[in-house]
Design a protein around this ligand. Structure first.
Ligand code: HEM
Ligand code: HEM
Length: 244
């Protein structure tokens, strides 16, 4: 049973708003690094781009980030855990609160957000897979299509984050930077349980293994410009003949 009596109520409105810890630092770092690597992957995706040598390394670094997130979903802080936000049974309830015009605040990710997270991470994983196994124009087309789907999901995600922040007056973006939310807006909620004590070593091993596994598939995975086929002009139409 949560102890609700003293957190918000005992503080007069004039005192500085009390904050509760919600998001652990690694999950926030993960998110903003993911934004950077995906931005680089998009900016570098055209052969003519000055950033083209970085496309494949950025994609592989993204893969290492995804490996981190999979593990962190089991050992991370309370609201970073999959069990905390993958709640299919609550999606209906959440939608009802949205359509009632009074969406409820959520301390961690809400149930619909959980679906968005799986869609975002799943699409990113699909892009990495199709990038790594790309052979010929058909493979590239699938990779690009998933890239376009990801752009749509990101637009939806950012719109949803802003809309929920406005509708619930709970600044989600600030919270995902500082890790904290205002206690008075979440009465009865206490600081999130921190990550497991072995979480950092486990995550480090997962990321190290992922990076090592990637170099077994692609020895120059993290070397910018080492992949001639991604940055090189010429010979690109070689797959044209006999493609049915
Ligand atoms: C490449 C673009 C982006 C991708 C792939 C992405 C993906 C994600 C993912 C996977 C999560 C879940 C975090 C976790 O628990 O691991 C998340 C949460 C979040 N993202 Fe993004 N994101 C992107 C861009 C942005 C941008 C530009 C913003 C700010 C405007 C933003 C704001 C947030 C916020 C506030 C949350 C937490 C939402 C909540 O309170 O439940 N994201 N994002
Ligand atoms: C999140 C990661 C990634 C994103 C968002 C992404 C996105 C894209 C996009 C939008 C294109 C443009 C396709 C076109 O216009 O023809 C592209 C091309 C390509 N991508 Fe990725 N990609 C990612 C990761 C990867 C990875 C991990 C690899 C390989 C291991 C890879 C290999 C390639 C190659 C070889 C091309 C063709 C480039 C060219 O025609 O010059 N990508 N990618």
């Amino acid at each position: 049973m949560p102890d609700t009596a003293h957190s918000a109520a005992a503080f007069p409105a004039t005192s500085r708003a009390k904050q509760i810890r919600v998001w652990d630092l690694p999950v926030r770092l993960f998110h903003w690094l993911l934004v950077v690597t995906i931005l680089i992957a998009f900016l570098s995706s055209e052969e003519e781009s000055a950033l083209a040598p970085w496309h494949i390394p950025a994609g592989w670094i993204t893969a290492v980030l995804i490996a981190f997130r999979l593990v962190w979903g089991f050992v991370g802080g309370e609201h970073a855990r999959f069990a905390d936000f993958l709640k299919p049974g609550r999606i209906g309830h959440h939608l009802a609160s949205l359509f009632s015009g009074k969406p409820e605040r959520s301390i961690g990710h809400n149930a619909l957000g959980g679906v968005a997270i799986i869609a975002l991470l799943g699409t990113v994983a699909g892009i990495i897979y199709t990038g790594a196994t790309m052979q010929g124009d058909a493979g590239e087309e699938l990779h690009e299509t998933l890239g376009n789907i990801l752009l749509g999901l990101i637009a939806l995600h950012v719109i949803a984050v802003i809309a929920m922040s406005v509708l619930t007056k709970d600044n989600l973006i600030r919270a995902f930077v500082t890790g904290r939310k205002r206690a008075d807006q979440h009465p009865g909620i206490s600081d999130a349980r921190p990550p497991a004590s072995v979480a950092i070593p486990i995550a480090a091993v997962a990321m190290g293994s992922a990076a090592y596994g990637i170099t077994l598939i692609d020895p120059v995975a993290f070397v910018p410009g080492a992949h001639a086929e991604a940055g090189e002009a010429g010979g690109g139409e070689a797959g044209e003949d006999g493609d049915d």
